[in-house]
Design a binder for this molecule. Structure first.
Ligand SMILES: *Cc1c(COP(=O)(O)O)cnc(C)c1O
Length: 367
């Protein structure tokens, strides 16, 4: 097979072990003689897999019993309206740190008042706004912890005077999280915990069922109401309707891999190391310049850089040079330009070493 270092932003690299065990299960799931894609989701082996997957989430992120863990369809984008549908009584507050955050806020407007507390749109979202005041009359404050496109990240669990809601699509399981600081955490699986097709929602049960007499989407359609799915989890069968079986299985295998490596603390150490290696090279190399100037805002997942001043004409040359050496998915998002390397959990250290070497060799060739 061709040697490729996968730096795609999502869907992206998965642990080899997870891919291999999924291939085996697609042929024969749980010694049933039937493949994973062909079983009934009411099969005992599948109910056990669902329960184990939830248990892995609970263990890895220390999720208390007051929280339910839901596996839904529709991607994080569906949560952009499902969150306000379930939680917005009169007003919601949003921190606008990128286009995902902006898209989330747009959906909230359908349900009530929406306040953008702060935005970094003025500088193409290359920093995390600071020094803002969270309105205490809002039902919740929504943040995007990692801004996949721009390479900025809120790397701590903030103290929030109102309910905190977080889109953690692209940094979930990259580090320990104090779940108790959040009312709800959601994200698409396809960055750090599996393939596209399943969305995780971690929600504190007592915040549900409180939308008052809001005009829009009230009462809630059954599938939109988190309580529909939570009620099933209480019975530990977890399936109101057919779940995305294949993506959940890959998630199960991916989380098992994280657990075997030592959990999210160990994952975070490895991620810090990989990330520091690449940022050091971006800062050192005379050919390049990082786009996130405020170093404390730099993401440990997505690393964005452009050609240094006066070197812009070499952009295509570097892209070709890197491609030649097996680098895949390092083109920056069109709104930022330049390059982006996503070093998610499953991205091996060797891939980062290869990229750093490639950047050094390019500099030597063009100095
Ligand atoms: C990728 C991404 C999304 C969109 O996820 P979908 O599952 O494609 O809807 C939303 N938010 C963030 C932070 C992302 O990285």
């Amino acid at each position: 097979m061709k040697q490729a270092f996968n730096f795609n932003a999502g869907p992206c690299v998965l642990p080899k072990e997870a891919v291999e065990s999924t291939i085996a299960a697609i042929r024969d799931f749980d010694n049933t003689g039937i493949g994973l894609m062909e079983i009934s989701h009411r099969t005992p082996g599948w109910e056990r897999t669902m329960a184990e997957t939830r248990q892995l989430w609970r263990e890895l992120l220390n999720i208390p019993a007051e929280y339910e863990i839901l596996f839904l369809g529709g991607g994080a984008s569906t949560q952009f309206f499902t969150v306000p549908a379930n939680l917005l009584k009169t007003k919601a507050a949003y921190l606008q740190t990128g286009v995902w955050a902006k898209k989330a806020a747009k959906e909230a407007k359908l349900f009530g008042k929406t306040e953008i507390v702060a935005s970094s749109e003025d500088k193409t979202y290359t920093y995390i706004p600071k020094g803002y005041t969270i309105p205490t009359d809002a039902d919740y404050f929504h943040i995007t912890t990692n801004n996949t496109i721009y390479g900025t990240e809120i790397k701590y669990d903030m103290d929030c005077p109102i309910m905190l809601v977080a889109d953690m699509s692209s940094d979930i399981m990259s580090r320990p999280v104090d779940v108790t600081k959040y009312g709800l955490i959601y994200g698409g699986a396809q960055k750090n915990v599996g393939p596209a097709g399943v969305t995780f929602v971690i929600v504190r049960k007592d915040i549900l069922g409180n939308i008052g007499d809001r005009a829009y989407m009230n009462p809630l359609p059954t599938m939109v109401d988190y309580r529909t799915h939570a009620a099933e989890e209480d019975k530990n069968i977890s399936m109101f309707n057919t779940p995305p079986v294949l993506p959940i299985f890959v998630m199960h295998e991916t989380l098992t891999w994280v657990k075997n490596l030592g959990g999210v603390e160990a994952m975070n150490k490895i991620n810090q190391k990989k990330s520091a290696m690449l940022y050091e090279e971006i800062d050192r190399n005379s050919m390049f310049r990082g786009t996130v100037e405020c170093k404390e805002d730099r993401s440990i997942m997505n690393h964005c850089w452009v050609m240094a001043e006066g070197r812009e004409d070499l952009q295509d040359a570097f892209m070709a040079f890197a491609k030649e050496r097996g680098m895949v998915g390092i083109k920056g998002h069109r709104s930022v330009g330049g390059f982006r390397a996503s070093l998610y959990n499953a991205c091996p250290v060797e891939a980062v070493e290869a990229l750093v070497q490639c950047m050094q060799d390019f500099e030597k060739a063009h100095k």
